[in-house]
Design a protein around this ligand. Structure first.
Ligand SMILES: NC(=O)c1ccc[n+]([C@@H]2O[C@H](COP(=O)([O-])OP(=O)(O)OC[C@H]3O[C@@H](n4cnc5c(N)ncnc54)[C@H](OP(=O)(O)O)[C@@H]3O)[C@@H](O)[C@H]2O)c1
Length: 333
């Protein structure tokens, strides 16, 4: 059996493109004692991949030139030389952009396709869902009746943030690009409103939607939208720095917030976080969120691109704003 892989070939300038990867093919490796072999079914496509392609200090080392591109995966165990997993089991792990991978038993989590589709374990029940849960509840500390604003509201993290805010008794205001996304967020997802930043004056819309100010601003995009939210903070507001996708393709000269004195005036705080720090608590969050999905209180949506070879173009969809919900790549035909 042959294994196809996408390896980092060059550090991108601007949006990653096909020539930033090389596609290689080699024999499928066989598991040793304590390992198992996975046939990857879906690969997670995340904005963070852009950061991992860049050189420099971050919360995790960069992918080196020539290495298989780092990515979260779900797949089926097809051979095992350990006790924890048997052929036919499904697992999630960080196996990278490849079709097959050998995995140590300690580096994978079991997933149950009878609870939710496999793809949901890369979305609402996976890393983005954990990001929404811990970023909002632990860092944002929303209280019932407060107003929570989230950017990237139609994406993997943002769509879950607003729904959890509603579950906790808050008003949820989304910010997303385009009428289709905003219609989905304020309609099916049940947010109180969604601002289309591509057509609206975001500062004016925030004044209208948040007359008492913003208690929690969950930022996925940075740039001008972060500034507009800072200007509208309520006294004691919390700004959760989750990501800054509007700046990821311009890492050399990032735009920082200019309205930061609003933190002083409003006795507010702004705090970043990395979801990996909460790993020990994932099982508790996952079981609570699986319960919400089962009760129909949390809608999980995945946007599935198909075909291993289309990996570079599928990833670029994130930066063009073409995904609705969690973007994943389906490997197998
Ligand atoms: N801190 C952590 O531990 C952690 C963990 C996971 C993810 N994150 C961060 O969370 C954020 C969301 O990730 P995700 O996986 O949920 O991605 P996503 O929201 O599913 O997809 C990316 C979305 O970002 C929006 N976007 C792209 N370029 C933009 C721009 N220039 N200005 C404004 N919006 C833009 C697009 O939506 P529109 O069409 O609405 O613009 C696009 O659909 C990212 O910043 C990511 O790095 C952080």
């Amino acid at each position: 059996m042959k294994n196809r892989q996408a390896r980092l070939a060059a550090r991108p300038s601007g949006t990653p493109k096909r020539t930033d990867w090389s596609f290689t093919e080699e024999d499928v490796a066989q598991p040793r004692e304590g390992e198992f072999l996975v046939k990857v079914s879906h690969i997670s496509l995340d904005p963070a991949m852009r950061g991992w392609m860049a050189e420099g200090r971050s919360y995790i080392p960069p992918v080196q030139i020539g290495e298989v591109m780092r990515a979260g995966t779900v797949g089926e165990v097809i051979a095992s030389r350990g006790e924890r997993f048997a052929p036919g089991d499904h697992v999630t792990s960080w196996l990278g952009v490849q079709e097959y991978a050998v995995c140590p038993e300690s580096a994978a989590f079991p997933v149950d396709p009878s609870v939710a589709p496999l793809t949901t374990y890369l979305g609402a029940l996976g890393m983005p869902g954990m990001t929404a849960y811990f970023g909002l509840l632990d860092v944002g500390e929303p209280k019932e009746g407060e107003t929570v604003v989230v950017s990237g509201a139609a994406g993997a993290v943002g769509s879950v943030v607003g729904q959890i805010a509603r579950i906790k008794g808050c008003r949820a205001i989304g910010i997303a690009g385009g009428p289709e996304k905003c219609g989905w967020v304020a309609g099916e997802l049940g947010f109180d409103a969604c601002i289309d930043y591509k057509s609206a004056d975001v500062a004016a819309a925030l004044r209208e939607q948040c007359p008492e100010g913003i208690d929690v601003y969950f930022d996925n995009v940075g740039g001008e939208i972060l500034d507009a939210a800072l200007a509208r903070l309520a006294r004691g507001g919390r700004v959760v720095i989750c990501g800054a996708i509007s700046q990821y393709n311009n890492l050399e000269s990032m735009r920082g917030p200019s309205n930061y004195m609003s933190l002083l005036v409003n006795r507010a705080r702004m705090q970043g976080f990395v979801v990996l720090d909460y790993m020990a608590r994932y099982p508790q969050a996952q079981s609570e969120m699986a319960g919400w999905i089962g009760e129909g209180r949390l809608i999980a949506r995945e946007d599935v691109a198909v075909g291993f070879d289309s990996f570079p173009e599928a990833l670029a969809r994130l930066f063009a704003g073409e995904n609705v919900g969690k973007l994943v790549l389906k490997v197998a035909g």
